[in-house]
Design a protein around this ligand. Structure first.
Ligand code: ZN
Length: 338
């Protein structure tokens, strides 16, 4: 079968590799669509500690092609969607119900969806693979994974009282997902450095926007009556953007570090303000079985808005072009058809 292989940073080859066969409890699916995302882009640009090199891609939808021994939930020909991992339920963190921190996530990981066929590990089949509802298209269905992560991010913010000022920093697909989820739950702004992207978000999601140019801090403080924002979500992964955004966090505010950054990245933080202002900095990584289930519902209700995030569609052989479009910020998400 044809599969995209990440050889080294900046180099993807589409090669012939053996078709996977399902082990006990596993299924193999014929991939209909795989979507690009920021994690894969990072892997393409500089490598990724959870992905490594080889077959990659983890957002998918497809048709069950082969079923391993003992699988009852699925049969050949079923239309399915799912996410990339499932918690083991046995490790230190799973026993504490902190499923996104499962120590065995990478042992139960779907990797290699930029291919004609992909193997789904038994834990994922059991917990996080679903029959695709008819009202969710094969094209949009792979968004279940990033959306479940965004739902987890919102969950990690705790209760959001009505009327709170929320700032989402970033103009990529994840920032837009946050905007879709939160727009009716507060006074929502999206901030970023590219004016065309902000205009598009304002039109698509009907939220307010703020350009992160000169005078950003002053404007943000003016917009919030001098208090700053109650909730700030970083969807850039840029330390510089984070530092600027932290400067407009209100007393009592929460700052969500959503986007992954390189190992060793540090920020200088004003601890005086953090302490006397009772501010919190919260991390969020991955998803849990619960947020995955909630994401299915959100996917259904916002199908059209989310389909809009797929700006390009390309065959597998042109996958490198997809990442170039992402890198040049010409594409939000690219749907790959293997
Ligand atoms: Zn675990």
């Amino acid at each position: 079968m044809r599969a995209a292989i990440l050889r080294e940073p900046g180099r993807i080859l589409v090669e012939d590799i053996p078709e996977p066969a399902p082990d006990e409890g596993e299924v193999v699916i014929r991939v209909k669509y795989a979507l690009t995302d920021g994690t894969d882009l990072k892997a393409y640009l500089r490598g990724h500690h959870l992905i490594g090199y080889g077959p990659f891609g983890h957002e998918y939808s497809g048709i069950v092609a082969k079923v391993g021994k003992g699988v009852r939930k699925f049969k050949e020909g079923d239309a399915v969607m799912g996410v990339n991992t499932a918690p083991c339920m046995k490790c230190h963190f799973c026993r504490r119900e902190m499923y996104s921190l499962c120590e065995n996530l990478t042992k139960n990981m779907v990797l290699g969806t930029y291919a004609e066929y992909v193997r789904i590990p038994a834990r994922v089949v059991e917990v996080n693979l679903f029959h695709k509802p008819e009202d969710i298209s094969f094209r949009v269905a792979p968004m279940l994974e990033p959306l479940a992560c965004v739902v987890r991010g919102v969950e990690n913010l705790g209760e959001i009282r009505p009327g709170r000022r929320i700032m989402i920093v970033g103009t990529g697909s994840v920032a837009i997902m946050f905007a879709v989820l939160l727009k009716d739950r507060g006074d929502v702004f999206v901030a970023g450095r590219r004016i065309e992207a902000l205009n598009r978000i304002r039109e698509l999601v009907q939220v307010k926007t703020l350009l992160m140019g000169e005078g950003f801090t002053q404007k943000a403080m003016d917009l919030s009556g001098g208090y700053g924002f109650d909730i700030i979500i970083d969807a850039t992964g840029s330390p510089r953007a984070m530092e600027r955004a932290l400067g407009i966090l209100s007393k009592g505010g929460k700052f969500l570090v959503f986007s992954g950054v390189e190992r060793g990245t540090t920020l200088s933080i004003d601890i005086h303000s953090l302490h006397y202002g009772e501010m919190s900095i919260v991390g969020s990584f991955h998803h849990t079985p619960d947020t995955v289930r909630r994401a299915i519902d959100i996917l259904r209700k916002n199908h059209e808005k989310l389909d809009f995030l797929i700006t390009h569609e390309l065959p597998l052989e042109r996958i490198e072009e997809a990442f170039r479009l992402m890198m040049e910020k010409k594409a939000l998400k690219v749907a790959i058809r293997p």
